[in-house]
Design a protein around this ligand. Structure first.
Ligand code: NAP
Length: 286
């Protein structure tokens, strides 16, 4: 497992574990504990996932049982749009930290590019300067929005978490982030199972050369191009499979073959669709 250094010097594991769509508290707690036992150190949640408390319980149990030290973990959560704005962000941060049971947070992200992102960012900058958060960033900021934001704000986002997998490679977005020193992080690194990813002929054929699965090839491709990944699974054997990607290396030709699978658009969500924007703005986090 490799780390990547954010521009402020903070080290972030290149691979982490996501808990989107795990609303059941017991399942979520067990999954996070299993993930930590499997070797994951970065855990990615969000206020809107409704499972921060379960993640917090798992962290407490893992630390109290001596499985891991708090400093070895890298915990990310995200501020939802209904809490964008200066005051609202400060209050929502307090609620998230209470649910997580943490003294400090490793990474706090603006979850979506809509609403009062600038007011919220001012509050996040203060929390960062006060040492409550080790790094701050954004999520789902498409290239135009990301550029506007990065040009205007004082503290540039350290991470932008967007959809990134072989069928939506977003090479231009990644290049643009790197220009601002921002680390690209992949949500849906397994395309949420879409497009036949787990049995895809190109990914499977490359995997066969190394004794790896199509999923492992897709994950390896992203980390090899400097993208942090957050595969999610509630199944222990899949968690183990998804983290066993650090003992092989794709060739430049294989990297190109995988990059050629890019469809150039998402099959999951379109942030340019007005209905999606209205849906996001009207969704409540808590
Ligand atoms: P994903 O990781 O691409 O795919 C997860 C799906 O793949 C689940 O259905 C999982 O099933 C299955 N799976 C995982 N590993 C597998 C394997 N080796 N073989 C076969 N099936 C496998 O999708 P995601 O959960 O949407 O994205 C990952 C994380 O990114 C999330 O959990 C969340 O933390 C973050 N995220 C962020 C945003 C955002 O807006 N910022 C949006 C989406 C996700 P099982 O669980 O049943 O094993």
């Amino acid at each position: 497992m490799q780390n990547i250094k954010l521009y402020n010097g903070v080290e972030m594991p290149l691979e982490g574990f996501g808990v989107f769509q795990v609303p059941d508290a017991a399942v979520c707690k067990q999954a996070v504990l299993d993930a930590i036992r499997t070797g994951y150190r970065l855990i990615d949640t969000a206020a809107v996932y409704m499972n921060e408390a379960a993640v917090g319980e798992a962290i407490r149990e893992a630390v109290e049982s001596g499985l891991v030290r708090r400093e070895e973990l890298f915990i990310t959560t995200k501020l939802w749009v209904t809490d964008f704005g200066y005051e609202a962000c400060k209050e929502a941060f307090g609620r998230s930290m209470k649910r997580l049971g943490l003294e400090y947070l490793d990474l706090y992200l603006l979850h979506q590019p809509f609403g009062d992102v600038y007011g919220a960012w001012l509050a996040m900058e203060e929390l960062y300067i006060d040492g409550r958060i080790r790094a701050i960033g954004v999520s789902n900021f498409f290239p135009g929005k990301f550029t506007e934001f990065a040009e205007i704000v004082g503290t540039k986002p350290m991470v932008n978490q967007i959809e990134l997998h072989p069928f939506f490679a977003q090479a231009v977005a990644i290049e643009n982030m790197k220009r601002y020193g921002c680390v690209p992080q992949a949500w849906g690194p397994l395309a949420e199972g879409k497009h036949g990813i787990f049995t895809h002929p190109v990914l499977s054929e490359i995997g066969n050369r190394y004794g790896k699965t199509a999923a492992q090839v897709a994950l390896r491709w992203n980390v090899q191009r400097g993208v942090s990944i957050l595969p999610k699974s509630v199944h222990r054997e899949r968690m183990e499979q998804n983290i066993a990607i650090w003992d092989f290396e794709l060739t430049a030709g294989e990297m190109q073959l995988i990059a050629a699978l890019d469809l150039g658009h998402s099959e999951i969500i379109d942030h340019g669709n007005p209905d999606i924007v209205r849906y996001i703005l009207s969704t409540k986090a808590e």
